[in-house]
Design a protein around this ligand. Structure first.
Ligand code: SF4
Length: 322
């Protein structure tokens, strides 16, 4: 990767990493190149625990990588996939204060999504816990001298999915063009014999993904409506882009749950800077205005079964809680 960074000095890279490979040599080279920011994933609470215990313990490799990057004066971010086991330790002022004290420039809280080959639904946040994280992000943006990233809300707190708005799509390790990193389905590839912009813009699969999803939810489709992705894949004959080749089965097993879309509980930005930036530079770009139909929204909090168990017991969807 160092060779790729060096070959493209006109590009600024953000590297999602657990920090284990950030040695002094690597950090020094990243500093010399000057076009990379490591975003280090911290899922535990070593620092908070050490502080709480009043002694410094043995830091994990992740924390060593973080400290090495900071020592070499890199612009470093810390991201956390918030779940039931770390929400109390990491979604609080003490943790953010510690990051600021260390010299971390930005942090990113996203919620754990129980999807993929080994989902753990017991770790997923409830709707109330997700609202707690959102409130914390909004408050921290006002109260603390650190940038807080969040890609799932506009200035007024309306939920959005950056793949549905067309703000981002994803290129997998084999060049497949996927709706987003966790939706591993594709029709097109960067190796197709067309200019890349044309491949993206003319993709009927991606266009249908955006319109179908925007029409039925403002949240994360893989959490709220995995059945739509199964339907989409079948309609387009999309290929499974994973090595394990079990994506459709995995989607059918996902138990729908709410994500960032918490209708009626929108929490607007309090910070003028974030409000302004989101209003003009990061919003839904009209996607939901054009396509969202509230009557098509199916509230996952009122469903209890996966697509697979629903279709096994009969064709009627959704199953409503009693
Ligand atoms: S589908 Fe879900 S995980 Fe993918 S970009 Fe949208 S909100 Fe994020």
């Amino acid at each position: 990767m160092l060779q790729i960074f060096a070959a493209h000095p006109d590009v600024y890279f953000q590297v999602f990493t657990n920090g284990h490979f950030i040695t002094d040599d690597v950090a020094a080279e990243l500093r010399r190149l000057g076009n990379v920011t490591p975003l280090i994933s911290v899922e535990g609470s070593e620092i908070v625990s050490d502080t709480r215990r009043g002694r410094s313990g043995v830091l994990s490799q992740t924390m060593l990588g973080l400290q090495t990057a900071l020592r070499h004066k890199l612009m470093v971010g810390v991201c956390t996939s918030v779940c039931k086991t770390n929400i109390d330790d990491l979604v609080n002022d003490a943790w953010v204060d510690r990051l600021i004290e260390m010299g971390v420039m930005y942090c990113w809280f996203h919620i754990y999504r129980p999807v993929g080959p080994e989902p753990n639904p017991d770790l997923a946040l409830s709707s109330a816990e997700q609202r707690r994280v959102r409130q914390f992000v909004v408050d921290t943006r006002v109260n603390k001298p650190i940038v807080v990233i969040d890609a799932y809300h506009d200035d007024a707190g309306n939920a959005l999915c950056p793949a549905v708005t067309g703000f981002t799509h994803h290129i997998g390790p084999w060049g497949d063009i996927e709706p987003c990193p966790v939706i591993q389905l594709a029709k097109e590839s960067i190796h197709d014999d067309r200019p890349l912009a044309e491949t993206f813009n003319d993709s009927a699969f991606l266009r249908d993904f955006r319109e179908l999803t925007a029409g039925k939810t403002r949240g994360c489709v893989i959490m709220e409506r995995p059945d739509l992705l199964v339907e989409l894949a079948e309609r387009h004959g999309a290929r499974d882009t994973t090595a394990r080749k079990k994506v459709i089965d995995e989607l059918k097993k996902v138990q729908p749950r709410r994500s960032q879309y918490q209708p009626g509980d929108e929490i607007p930005e309090r910070s003028f800077v974030y409000r302004w930036a989101k209003k003009y530079a990061f919003n839904d770009f009209g996607a939901y205005g054009r396509h969202f139909d509230a009557s098509q929204y199916r509230d996952p909090d009122n469903q209890t079964q996966s697509y697979e168990s629903q279709t096994a017991s009969g064709p009627s969807l959704p199953v409503t809680k009693v």
